[in-house]
Structures are given as C-alpha cells and as structure tokens.
Design a protein around this ligand. Structure first.
Ligand code: HEC
Ligand code: HEC
Length: 195
C-alpha cells in the first residue's frame, strides 16, 4: 500500500465512523433492565423503526400513557414506508406503555390567576393539541380544524370528548390525554368561544 492509498483508506474509515455515530446518536438511552421481555424487544424495534421519519424524542416526550399509546402506534404502523408489522407494533406498544409509566407523570398545567379563556389557551398549547389541530391557520392536520369549533360543538360534547374521546367514538385516533377536570373546564371555555 503506498502512502496515498493509505491516507484515502484512513479517510474512508473516518467518514464511515462519523456517519455511523450520527445514526447512533439519535437512539435514546433508556434503562430497560427491569422491563418485561416483550417491552425489551419492543425497545429494540422502536430504536430501529420509530426514528426513520422523526426523532425518537417525538414519541418519548409525547404526553401519553397506557392505552392511549395504542392509537398512535397503530397509526404509525400504517404509515407508508414504516415497515412495522402488527407483531412489532404490539411490542413497541408494550415498550411505550412501560416507558411512560416509569417516567414522571405529566404535570397538570398550572392555570392559577388566569381568566378561563387564557387558561384554556395555555392548556391547549402545553398539552400539544396543536400537533394535530389547526386554530387560525396554525397547527397540524391530523385532526379537524378547530378555528370555529364553538359553532358546531357545545360545552357538553366538548367536555365528554376531552375527558375520553374513545368513550364518545371508540374508533377515533385522537388519544386520550388524561386531562384533569381543572384542565378540561377552561379548555372547553376557550374552545366554545372560537366562532
Ligand atoms: C413512515 C414515517 C413514520 C414512521 C416510521 C413513524 N412515524 Fe411517527 N409520525 C410520522 C409523521 C409524518 C408524524 C406527524 C403527522 C402525524 O401525526 O401523522 C408522526 C407523528 C408521531 C407522533 C406525534 C403525533 C401523535 O399521534 O401523537 C408520535 C407520538 C409518533 N409519531 C410516534 C411514532 C412511533 C411510536 C413510531 C414507531 C412505531 C413512529 N412514530 C414511526 C411519521 C412516521
Ligand atoms: C394525535 C393527534 C391529536 C391530538 C394530540 C389531539 N387531537 Fe383532537 N382530534 C384528533 C383527531 C384525529 C380527531 C377527529 C376524531 C374523529 O372524528 O375520529 C380529533 C377530534 C377533536 C375534537 C372534536 C372535533 C369535532 O367536531 O368532532 C376536538 C374538540 C378536539 N379534537 C380537541 C383537541 C384538544 C383540545 C386537544 C389537546 C388537549 C386535542 N384535540 C389533541 C387528533 C388529535
């Protein structure tokens, strides 16, 4: 090997290492030592398949726990190019349920001292509703536009819906965010005033 090829070889090796470590750096380090077997396997599959379209932080920081994971994991499974099988989705689900139960619970949004509508707005922002809904042009398109939700839905519907969407419509993909009554009341106030 002459000096030239040697240097090029070194360069290629360095490049390879840097690309590889880039891919690795996105994989979350989660202590799975005490997880059940199914959840352990789920973590492995999660680290390979749930980071292809977005960072692992998206699911790991999502405010879901327990059953609420089911709708999102199955929805991701059905996304084109996910290459996640039903069996794998069940394991990923097991991992996420375990993971979310072992991290500290989602804190209820603090709304003391705010007017009901401002409090509702704050809950809306902090609970990630805008990831899936648009209000006045801003937000995601997974769920319906809520810009004028106060025209079509009354307090009673909104309260029931936000308390537990699956109780109103079992097949809905909106996750149950386990909101407290203290969060739901101002949120309903805010939404019914959007007209
Ligand atoms: C083929 C691409 C793709 C793959 C693979 C994928 N996602 Fe997603 N994911 C998306 C897109 C696009 C969005 C944003 C729009 C949406 O919510 O549909 C998203 C949004 C999300 C959200 C936020 C929205 C919500 O429903 O809460 C979570 C959580 C999530 N993904 C979890 C996962 C998990 C867990 C996996 C692995 C099973 C996964 N994703 C794999 C494309 C993907
Ligand atoms: C992961 C995406 C997602 C998140 C997060 C989410 N939603 Fe939804 N939401 C949906 C989808 C999808 C629907 C449509 C459900 C259906 O009809 O099956 C929906 C429906 C609704 C409806 C009923 C609309 C109607 O007229 O039927 C309201 C109100 C609503 N969401 C409010 C909220 C609020 C407030 C939050 C935050 C606390 C929130 N959503 C978080 C996806 C989401």
């Amino acid at each position: 090997m002459n000096k030239h090829t040697f240097l090029i070889t070194i360069l290629i090796i360095c490049l390879f290492i840097s690309i590889n470590s880039d891919a690795q750096s996105d994989i979350p380090s989660v202590d799975i030592t005490n997880y059940p077997q199914e959840a352990k396997e789920g973590y492995k599959i999660f680290s390979q398949k749930c980071i292809k379209c977005h960072s692992a932080a998206k699911p790991l920081n999502a405010p879901y726990s327990g059953e609420a994971w089911k709708t999102t994991v199955y929805r991701m499974m059905r996304k084109e190019g996910s290459f996640v099988t039903q069996k794998e989705a069940d394991k990923i689900y097991a991992f996420l349920v375990q993971y979310s139960s072992s991290r500290k619970p989602v804190q209820a949004v603090e709304t003391k001292g705010l007017s009901p509508i401002d409090a509702g707005k704050k809950v809306y922002q902090q609970r990630g509703c805008a990831a899936c809904h648009i209000i006045s042009g801003l937000g995601g398109k997974v769920g319906p536009d809520l810009t004028a939700i106060g025209k079509t839905r009354n307090t009673e519907f909104l309260y029931k819906w936000l308390k537990n969407p699956q109780a109103v419509k079992p097949a809905t993909i909106m996750p149950n965010l386990n909101l407290t009554d203290k969060e739901i009341k101002p949120l309903v106030e805010y939404l019914t005033n959007l007209k």
